[in-house]
Design a protein around this ligand. Structure first.
Ligand code: S3P
Length: 178
Protein backbone atom coordinates (compact mmCIF):
# COMPACT_ATOMS: atom_id res chain seq x y z
CA UNK A 1 0.00 0.00 0.00
CA UNK A 2 1.50 3.37 -1.00
CA UNK A 3 1.59 6.21 1.56
CA UNK A 4 -1.54 7.62 0.09
CA UNK A 5 -3.43 5.03 -1.93
CA UNK A 6 -3.84 5.73 -5.66
CA UNK A 7 -7.51 5.07 -5.23
CA UNK A 8 -10.05 4.71 -2.48
CA UNK A 9 -12.65 2.20 -3.60
CA UNK A 10 -15.99 2.12 -1.81
CA UNK A 11 -17.74 -1.22 -1.92
CA UNK A 12 -20.95 -2.53 -0.41
CA UNK A 13 -24.55 -3.30 -1.12
CA UNK A 14 -27.03 -1.18 -3.05
CA UNK A 15 -28.21 1.68 -0.87
CA UNK A 16 -25.20 1.74 1.43
CA UNK A 17 -24.34 5.30 0.30
CA UNK A 18 -21.27 4.67 -1.89
CA UNK A 19 -22.10 7.48 -4.33
CA UNK A 20 -23.03 10.19 -1.84
CA UNK A 21 -20.20 9.30 0.56
CA UNK A 22 -17.75 8.96 -2.35
CA UNK A 23 -18.48 12.45 -3.71
CA UNK A 24 -17.95 14.05 -0.32
CA UNK A 25 -14.85 11.99 0.45
CA UNK A 26 -13.26 12.89 -2.91
CA UNK A 27 -13.77 16.60 -2.25
CA UNK A 28 -12.36 16.28 1.25
CA UNK A 29 -9.16 14.43 0.29
CA UNK A 30 -8.63 16.20 -3.04
CA UNK A 31 -9.26 13.19 -5.30
CA UNK A 32 -11.59 12.95 -8.30
CA UNK A 33 -14.82 11.04 -7.92
CA UNK A 34 -15.69 8.15 -10.26
CA UNK A 35 -18.95 6.25 -10.22
CA UNK A 36 -18.58 2.88 -11.97
CA UNK A 37 -22.25 2.63 -12.90
CA UNK A 38 -22.28 6.11 -14.49
CA UNK A 39 -19.10 5.31 -16.45
CA UNK A 40 -20.70 2.11 -17.75
CA UNK A 41 -23.84 4.00 -18.76
CA UNK A 42 -21.83 6.69 -20.55
CA UNK A 43 -19.76 4.17 -22.46
CA UNK A 44 -22.79 2.02 -23.37
CA UNK A 45 -25.10 4.93 -24.15
CA UNK A 46 -27.72 3.05 -22.14
CA UNK A 47 -28.96 3.02 -18.56
CA UNK A 48 -28.06 0.09 -16.29
CA UNK A 49 -31.67 -1.16 -16.54
CA UNK A 50 -31.50 -1.03 -20.34
CA UNK A 51 -28.18 -2.93 -20.38
CA UNK A 52 -29.66 -5.68 -18.18
CA UNK A 53 -32.70 -5.87 -20.47
CA UNK A 54 -30.88 -5.83 -23.80
CA UNK A 55 -27.64 -7.68 -22.98
CA UNK A 56 -28.28 -9.55 -19.73
CA UNK A 57 -26.44 -9.58 -16.40
CA UNK A 58 -23.30 -11.40 -17.59
CA UNK A 59 -22.63 -8.73 -20.24
CA UNK A 60 -23.12 -6.07 -17.57
CA UNK A 61 -20.57 -7.85 -15.32
CA UNK A 62 -18.09 -7.88 -18.19
CA UNK A 63 -18.62 -4.14 -18.65
CA UNK A 64 -17.94 -3.76 -14.92
CA UNK A 65 -14.70 -5.72 -15.23
CA UNK A 66 -13.57 -3.53 -18.13
CA UNK A 67 -14.36 -0.39 -16.16
CA UNK A 68 -12.42 -1.70 -13.13
CA UNK A 69 -9.48 -2.31 -15.45
CA UNK A 70 -9.64 1.23 -16.86
CA UNK A 71 -9.89 2.70 -13.37
CA UNK A 72 -6.91 0.67 -12.16
CA UNK A 73 -4.74 2.95 -14.31
CA UNK A 74 -6.11 6.23 -12.93
CA UNK A 75 -4.48 7.70 -9.82
CA UNK A 76 -6.11 10.07 -7.33
CA UNK A 77 -9.61 8.68 -7.59
CA UNK A 78 -12.37 7.83 -5.16
CA UNK A 79 -14.37 5.08 -6.83
CA UNK A 80 -17.95 4.08 -6.01
CA UNK A 81 -18.14 0.45 -7.16
CA UNK A 82 -21.45 -1.09 -8.18
CA UNK A 83 -22.94 -3.36 -5.50
CA UNK A 84 -22.07 -6.55 -7.35
CA UNK A 85 -18.63 -5.59 -8.69
CA UNK A 86 -16.60 -6.67 -5.66
CA UNK A 87 -18.38 -10.03 -5.61
CA UNK A 88 -16.68 -11.01 -8.90
CA UNK A 89 -13.13 -12.24 -8.16
CA UNK A 90 -11.52 -10.81 -11.31
CA UNK A 91 -13.18 -7.43 -10.94
CA UNK A 92 -12.40 -7.41 -7.22
CA UNK A 93 -8.69 -8.04 -7.90
CA UNK A 94 -8.61 -5.11 -10.34
CA UNK A 95 -10.35 -2.83 -7.86
CA UNK A 96 -7.91 -3.84 -5.11
CA UNK A 97 -4.78 -2.89 -7.10
CA UNK A 98 -3.07 0.08 -5.42
CA UNK A 99 -6.27 0.95 -3.62
CA UNK A 100 -7.57 1.28 -0.13
CA UNK A 101 -10.83 -0.64 -0.27
CA UNK A 102 -13.59 0.33 2.13
CA UNK A 103 -16.74 -1.65 2.82
CA UNK A 104 -19.65 0.61 3.69
CA UNK A 105 -21.46 -1.80 5.94
CA UNK A 106 -25.18 -1.20 6.10
CA UNK A 107 -27.90 -3.23 7.80
CA UNK A 108 -30.76 -4.79 5.86
CA UNK A 109 -33.43 -2.51 7.37
CA UNK A 110 -31.60 0.60 6.24
CA UNK A 111 -31.01 -0.87 2.80
CA UNK A 112 -34.70 -1.75 2.41
CA UNK A 113 -35.68 1.77 3.44
CA UNK A 114 -33.40 3.26 0.79
CA UNK A 115 -33.78 0.87 -2.14
CA UNK A 116 -37.18 0.30 -3.69
CA UNK A 117 -37.89 -2.59 -6.06
CA UNK A 118 -38.89 -1.45 -9.52
CA UNK A 119 -36.55 1.53 -9.57
CA UNK A 120 -33.38 1.97 -11.59
CA UNK A 121 -31.70 -1.10 -10.03
CA UNK A 122 -32.63 -4.32 -11.86
CA UNK A 123 -31.56 -6.61 -8.99
CA UNK A 124 -33.47 -4.77 -6.27
CA UNK A 125 -36.22 -7.03 -4.96
CA UNK A 126 -38.29 -7.77 -1.88
CA UNK A 127 -36.92 -8.38 1.62
CA UNK A 128 -36.17 -12.09 1.03
CA UNK A 129 -34.36 -11.46 -2.25
CA UNK A 130 -32.29 -8.66 -0.74
CA UNK A 131 -31.45 -10.66 2.39
CA UNK A 132 -30.26 -13.62 0.30
CA UNK A 133 -28.19 -11.46 -2.06
CA UNK A 134 -26.62 -9.62 0.85
CA UNK A 135 -25.70 -12.90 2.59
CA UNK A 136 -24.20 -14.23 -0.64
CA UNK A 137 -22.03 -11.14 -1.08
CA UNK A 138 -20.91 -10.46 2.48
CA UNK A 139 -17.85 -12.75 2.30
CA UNK A 140 -16.64 -10.73 -0.69
CA UNK A 141 -17.27 -7.37 1.00
CA UNK A 142 -15.27 -8.62 4.00
CA UNK A 143 -12.23 -8.77 1.71
CA UNK A 144 -12.10 -4.96 1.80
CA UNK A 145 -9.18 -3.45 3.75
CA UNK A 146 -11.46 -1.67 6.19
CA UNK A 147 -15.10 -1.71 7.19
CA UNK A 148 -16.95 1.47 8.04
CA UNK A 149 -20.43 1.46 9.58
CA UNK A 150 -22.75 3.29 7.23
CA UNK A 151 -26.13 2.35 8.72
CA UNK A 152 -26.17 5.47 10.88
CA UNK A 153 -24.85 8.97 10.39
CA UNK A 154 -25.03 11.34 7.45
CA UNK A 155 -22.95 10.75 4.30
CA UNK A 156 -20.77 13.66 5.45
CA UNK A 157 -20.07 11.93 8.77
CA UNK A 158 -19.26 8.63 7.08
CA UNK A 159 -16.98 10.39 4.57
CA UNK A 160 -15.32 12.20 7.48
CA UNK A 161 -14.57 8.92 9.23
CA UNK A 162 -12.95 7.50 6.10
CA UNK A 163 -10.93 10.68 5.53
CA UNK A 164 -9.63 10.55 9.10
CA UNK A 165 -8.66 6.95 8.58
CA UNK A 166 -6.67 7.83 5.46
CA UNK A 167 -5.08 10.89 7.03
CA UNK A 168 -4.24 8.82 10.11
CA UNK A 169 -2.49 6.25 7.95
CA UNK A 170 -0.43 8.91 6.21
CA UNK A 171 0.49 10.55 9.52
CA UNK A 172 1.43 7.22 11.10
CA UNK A 173 3.72 6.40 8.20
CA UNK A 174 5.38 9.83 8.30
CA UNK A 175 6.01 9.45 12.04
CA UNK A 176 7.45 5.96 11.64
CA UNK A 177 10.05 7.25 9.20
CA UNK A 178 11.38 10.03 11.41
C1 S3P B 1 -26.01 -3.87 -8.66
C2 S3P B 1 -25.89 -2.67 -8.02
C3 S3P B 1 -26.00 -1.38 -8.73
C4 S3P B 1 -25.72 -1.54 -10.21
C5 S3P B 1 -26.53 -2.63 -10.78
C6 S3P B 1 -26.25 -3.99 -10.13
C7 S3P B 1 -25.86 -5.12 -7.87
O1 S3P B 1 -25.08 -0.46 -8.16
O2 S3P B 1 -24.35 -1.79 -10.44
O3 S3P B 1 -27.89 -2.28 -10.63
O4 S3P B 1 -25.59 -6.17 -8.47
O5 S3P B 1 -25.95 -5.06 -6.62
P1 S3P B 1 -25.33 0.30 -6.74
O6 S3P B 1 -24.75 -0.58 -5.68
O7 S3P B 1 -24.57 1.56 -6.90
O8 S3P B 1 -26.78 0.50 -6.59
Amino acid sequence: MPERPDRVVLVGFMGSGKTSVGRLLARRIGYRFEDMDRRIERRAGQTIAEIFRSEGEEAFRERERQEAEALSRLPGRVVAAGGGAFARPETRALLQEGALTVWLHCDLERILARVRPGGSRPLAGNRDIMRALLAEREPAYREANVTVEASAGTPREVAGRIAELIEGRVRRRATARR
